[in-house]
Design a protein around this ligand. Sequence first.
Ligand code: SF4
Ligand code: SF4
Length: 343
Amino acid sequence: MKILKLPKGKLDFFASVIQQFGEVHAPVERDGNYVFQPINRWSEVCLDYNRTVLPPKKYFLPPDETLFRYQSGEGYIPSIEELEKRIILFGVHACDIYALNILDDVFAGKYPDPYYQTRRKNISIIGIDCVPDEHCFCRSMRADFVDSGFDLFFHDIGDYYLTFVGTALGDDMVLETGPLFEEVTEADIEEYKRRSNSKRDSFRLDVEIRDLPEIFEIEYQSEIWDELGEKCLSCGSCSMVCPTCYCYDVVDDVELGSTNGTRRRTWDSCLFATHALVAGGENFRETRSSRIKFRFYHKQRGFVAEYGRPSCVGCGRCITACPVNIDIIEVIDRLRGVENVKC
Ligand code: SF4
Ligand code: SF4
C-alpha cells in the first residue's frame, strides 16, 4: 500500500480539487451533534468529531428509497438517477468503514443487491482517524483499524496527515492534486506509531468477544432478557443508528384508481412489534423481551456463525441513542456475571 503525507494546511485545497471525482460530503456540526451532508464551504466541516447521528450506511442503504416504478403498458421502470450519483464521503471513521465491509458480506455476498452494489461503486471513501470517547469500544470489536474499504485514509501526525492509499481511485486523487503530497520520513512513521499506541491506551471500554457466542448460548434463558423487555420501549432507535443493522421493509404505493405504483424499501427494526408479524396474524417475537434478545443474539452469535465475526463494530451509537439507557456493554457484562452492573 502506498503511504504519503499531506500538509494539514493543504487539506481544503485537496478537498476542492477532488470535487471532480464526486460531490464531497463530510461531517458537520448540527445542534451539538454531527451529520454527514454535502459541503458548501470547507470551513463548516468538522473532522474532529466523535460519531455522526446516522452512520455513512445511510448513503448505501438509504432510510427510504424508491426501487422502481411500475406502469401499465410500460412494465417496471428502475429508479436509477440517485444510484448513479458520484459522491465522496470525506472523514469516515475506521469503525464505520469496517461496518460497510460487514454490509458487503450481506449485500454483495450470497444474495447480491444491485442497488447497494451500484452505490458502493459510485461512492468513494476517505477515512480519518479519531480519538475514542467514553462510549467507543471499537478496539474490542477489532474495528479500530481498517486495511480495506477506503480509497484514502488520513492519520493525524501533527502538521501532516499520514495518508494510506487504498485503491486506484485514491491514487488518481493523489495524482490529480500533484505536488500536494510528500514522501514520508522515518520520523513520520515513528510519530504515527507513537500516536497509534497512545490511541490504543486511551480506550476506556474493553469487552472480551472471543467466547461471547458461547456465553450467549449458555444465557439464552437468562432473566436479564425479561428485565430488558420490561425496560425497552421498542422504539427501534438502536437499530436506526447502527452502522451494521440492515433489516428493511418493502412496500408498494399503488396509485388510487390505477395499477400504477412505486415500490419502496425503508429501514425496519427487529425491535418493532410488527417485525416478525406474518400473514394470518402470527407473530414470532410478540414480546419485547424476545425482540431485544433477538437483536443481541443476531449480532453477537448468529452473525458470527454465518460470517465469522459479530455484526457490531463498537461505535457506541446504540448506547447514546437509547432513551432508557440500555447499554450493550452493561448487558454483556451482566451476562458474563460481572458484579455491580446496573443495566
Ligand atoms: S450494536 Fe451498537 S455499538 Fe455495535 S455497531 Fe451497532 S450501534 Fe454500534
Ligand atoms: S433504543 Fe433502547 S428502548 Fe429503543 S428499542 Fe433500542 S433498546 Fe429498546
